[in-house]
Design a protein around this ligand. Structure first.
Ligand code: SAH
Ligand code: SF4
Ligand code: F3S
Length: 489
């Protein structure tokens, strides 16, 4: 999974209404506006965290636009500000408080400003957040994303609202306002049923809820009709897809439960969609059948994001991950056996409580020996209500930052080596957009998910821009650790 923070006015799709609904309501100062007045109102969304949050922000932006709001990139001129927050580590959580501080001051001058905190910090803190920041109008957990209009109506009726009860996520008809016109997220399974001892996600995202294969296929068909070329199926543990659905449904083997593998076969024929990705995979559920399907199905890209977290079996056990480092290596070996060029990325945590220097070195060795294309690394951060946060064998900040630096060094070195294999090669690249950092370049990704920049060599501006959405054969001329440069071959 990819971690990011974007200031954006992002977008959604399909999905949800929720019940039961027992939002807390306290008096506040928001105003009641007619829809015509709202047409002049602007919203600004800031998204923190993972792709789930990106996808949720797209859905919430869709709801807001449906209500008459228009997007703005400037927080300072917005009438409604929504922070879609992440709580995976303490530093992610703290970000929202610093952003909020500025807007709270603005709200004192302009009581009509609507302030919303959504996402995982909202779910974690609930009403406590309203007490901590009384200027907030709405605190809403991720399971309430599709109820945004409902919740805002309560706010405009003069209430301060906290919507954080566990809820069933229903399909919704509101169209997301998607960030890209080329590549789209498709939620496949919400929530997480694991209990990794360090992780806040099960507490903030709730129990697993798989969408049915029919509605997923419907959404993919509609994306294809809108001209989308790539989809990424999303789930915290995408390979656990289907286990909460009743057996014997569409797409499943006779009497059996549908799996991610079945789902890939079920949606693969959708015409117009050229690439299919999925993330994040959990080593516990990654099956040989899935590997075979990825090799067999031409649209499924050869990129696997499979976090290993630690290269040491005792640490993995303390984390309650449910696999050994040997099992993880076997998964990678079987992928590479039939897809030798597959790109492999992962997440890893250093300085988990009690991790010894020798155990840390096992993680370093794992990164060296597997040779990942990318590893998202983080120092362990104690999270409220998680078991590991209460253990008395916590490591010091010095050990955390020292180990993180040392691991990052190896990660970068390996990524640079892995990138070199692309040099001089021809790669199929889906051009997605203009490079936001250099308007003279376009940018896209290889099937293995490496970013590629393309310079204009002799095309008119409009011809060049017309390449967006096309899959081009590019000759790779430069290779940096995490990106490439190419020319049309
Ligand atoms: N469901 C995915 C990961 C989702 S959370 C999986 O199980 O693989 C994304 C990443 O955040 C995790 O892979 C982990 O590396 C990191 N992470 C989660 N909790 C953390 C914590 N308390 N401290 C540091 N990193 C953490
Ligand atoms: Fe967190 Fe573990 Fe669930 Fe991943 S599988 S989201 S790390 S609890
Ligand atoms: Fe994602 Fe952060 Fe929530 S990683 S699931 S937004 S805690």
């Amino acid at each position: 999974m990819e971690y990011f923070q974007v200031d954006s006015s992002v977008l959604p799709q399909h999905l949800s209404a929720i019940f039961p609904m027992t939002a807390t309501q306290l008096p506040t100062s928001a105003t009641n506006l007619a829809k015509t007045e709202r047409d002049r109102q602007k919203y600004h969304i800031v998204t923190f965290g993972c792709q789930m949050n990106k996808a949720d922000s797209e859905r919430m932006a869709g709801v807001l636009e449906n209500m008459g709001y228009t997007a703005t990139d400037e927080a300072e001129t917005a009438d409604l500000i929504l922070y879609n927050t992440c709580s995976i580590r303490d530093n992610a959580e703290q970000k929202v408080y610093s952003y909020l501080g500025r807007q709270v001051k603005r709200k004192h001058a302009n009581p009509n400003l609507t302030l919303v905190v959504a996402g995982c910090v909202a779910q974690q803190e609930g009403e406590a957040l309203l007490r901590r920041v009384p200027e907030l109008d709405l605190v809403m957990g991720p399971q309430h994303v599709n109820r945004l209009e409902d919740l805002l109506t309560q706010v405009f009726n003069g209430n301060q609202v906290a919507a954080t009860e566990e809820a069933y996520i229903e399909e919704d008809i509101t169209k997301p306002r998607r960030n890209s016109t080329i590549a789209a997220w498709v939620n496949v399974i919400y929530g997480c049923n694991e209990s990794c001892t360090y992780c806040i996600v099960p507490a903030v995202r709730g129990k697993e809820q798989s969408r049915t294969p029919e509605v997923i296929r419907q959404e993919v068909l509609s994306l294809a009709a809108q001209g989308y070329k790539e989809i990424t199926l999303l789930g915290q543990n995408i390979d656990a897809y289907g286990r909460d659905l009743p057996p014997g449904g569409v797409g499943a083997g006779v009497g059996g439960k549908i799996t991610l593998t079945d789902l890939l076969y079920f949606i693969h024929d959708v015409e117009g969609i050229e690439r299919i990705r999925f993330a994040t995979s959990h080593p516990r559920y990654f099956s040989p059948r899935l590997i075979k399907a990825c090799a067999e199905l031409p649209k499924v890209c050869e990129h696997f994001h499979i976090p290993f977290q630690s290269g040491d079996n005792d640490v993995l056990k303390a984390m309650a991950r449910g696999y050994t480092q040997e099992k993880y290596r076997r998964i990678i070996d079987s992928i590479r056996e039939i897809m030798p060029d597959a790109s492999i990325s992962a997440d890893a945590i250093v300085a988990f409580p009690g991790e010894t220097e020798a155990q840390f070195e096992n993680t370093v060795r794992m990164v060296e020996e597997i040779s990942f294309d990318l590893v998202n690394t983080a120092a362990y951060s104690p999270r409220p209500g998680t078991p590991a946060a209460l253990w008395d064998n916590q490591l010091s900040e010095e050990v955390k930052s020292d180990r993180l630096q040392r691991l990052n060094h190896v990660v970068n070195q390996k990524a640079a080596e892995r990138s070199q294999r692309y040099l001089g090669r021809k790669e199929s690249v889906l051009i997605e957009s203009v490079n936001p950092k250099n308007a003279k370049q376009l940018m896209g990704r290889t099937r293995g998910n490496r970013l590629v920049f393309l310079e204009n060599s002799g095309l008119s501006e409009s011809q060049f821009a017309g390449l967006i959405g096309q899959i081009l054969n590019l000759q790779i001329t430069e290779a940096r650790p995490f990106s490439l440069t190419g020319v049309i071959a």
